[in-house]
Design a protein around this ligand. Structure first.
Ligand SMILES: Nc1ncnc2c1ncn2[C@@H]1O[C@H](COP(=O)(O)OP(=O)(O)O)[C@@H](O)[C@H]1O
Ligand SMILES: [Mg+2]
Length: 329
């Protein structure tokens, strides 16, 4: 089978504090294939951002620890690359769109200077001389700006949140990456702008064939934009599969709970919240980490569930499904 763009394999990350290591993510595995949108869902604090920053080695070097596992980009081991190799991959091969565009841009520099940075950092990019500026202008038009030169002259505070996020999408596409990590790219935006920005990202994704890891706590966005998806809970992936399948027929009680917590205009059913909250790292319960909030909890749940494959391409880590695929979580 074709090597996927990104393959995360049993990745466990943690943080060191006062001489003690606290694991945050545990044996996270998923892959993003060439040209697809892969959705990673889960409540705040599940470890989605840590996973994403960890694979790009953007976590604080002094306190973060890779406890085990691998992250492969087109068959290349991201976690064993030296700093120079990593810099060559970041921005050029894999780029990232952050939740807060205003935090990702420097308030003291005009947009033009900031959009030219990637070309200066990656001198081996194929674009020379005035071409980078033309590419920037073209991309700004692509992301919906009629007057790109006005945007280029602006400072971040002169642009709205939606405009800034469109600038960040253009920024992420500058060097024609193969993979974009979009971490809650629209959470900070108004709902109407959210749809515009995501539609744009989806259109650019279709046109360029770039792979996208779409991280969100909003399952509706996964249903609308992702081809395949995984659901994370308390540092672990608990279920994965084709996005629509997974959302139409979630197998893990946590995925079910997330869906039932959404308003449904078709059935007018009152949204039901999941009692309790995601435990912080260091306070994860033993066994299935969801068991103390789970409506279907039964005796085996205090032991670790193994993976089952209840349908083709579907995987779930829950004791309700007994058939074992392999020993890993
Ligand atoms: N730099 C850090 N040092 C220590 N703990 C961190 C750090 N970054 C994140 N965490 C912790 O890791 C957990 C997962 O966080 P995060 O990946 O941001 O969640 P999500 O993106 O799913 O909302 C949280 O409990 C958070 O407090
Ligand atoms: Mg996050």
């Amino acid at each position: 089978m074709l090597e996927p763009l990104l393959r995360i394999e049993n990745l466990s990350l943690g943080f060191r504090s006062e001489g003690k290591i606290t694991p945050v993510t545990d044996a996270v595995s998923f892959e993003v294939r060439e040209g697809e949108v892969f959705g990673l869902a889960g409540e705040s604090g599940c470890g989605k951002t840590v996973t994403c920053l960890g694979l790009l080695r953007l976590l604080p070097a002094a306190t973060s620890v890779v406890l085990s596992g691998h992250a492969w980009y087109r068959g290349r081991d991201l976690l064993s690359m030296n700093a120079e190799e990593m810099r060559a991959v970041r921005g050029r091969e894999i780029s990232m769109i952050f939740q807060e565009p205003s935090a990702a841009l420097n308030p003291l520099l005009p947009v033009k200077t900031q959009l030219l940075f990637p070309f200066q950092q990656h001198k081996n990019s194929d674009l020379k001389g005035r071409e980078p500026l033309q590419r920037i202008r073209d991309l700004l038009v692509c992301v919906g700006f009629r007057d790109p030169d006005r945007v280029l002259r602006s400072y971040p505070h002169e642009l709205s949140g939606g405009m800034l996020q469109r600038v960040m999408i253009a920024h992420a596409l500058l060097l024609e990456p193969k993979l974009i990590l979009a971490d809650e790219p629209t959470t900070a935006l108004d709902v109407t702008i959210q749809a515009q920005v995501l539609d744009l990202l989806a259109e650019l994704q279709r046109d360029t064939g770039v792979g996208v890891l779409l991280i969100t706590h909003n399952l509706n966005l996964i249903a609308q934009y992702a081809d395949r998806a995984a659901v994370m809970y308390a540092g672990r992936v608990v279920e994965s599969g084709p996005a629509l399948d997974l959302l139409r027929d979630p197998r893990h009680p946590y995925s079910r709970g997330l869906l039932d917590a959404l308003p449904n205009l078709d059935t007018a059913q009152v949204p039901k919240s999941i009692p309790g909250s995601v435990p912080p790292p260091g306070k994860y319960p033993t066994g299935c980490r969801f068991h103390d909030r789970c409506p279907r909890v039964f005796e085996p749940c205090t032991t670790d569930p193994v993976w089952s494959e209840p349908a083709p391409e579907r995987r779930v880590a829950c004791h309700l499904y007994s058939q074992t695929v392999d020993g890993s979580r």
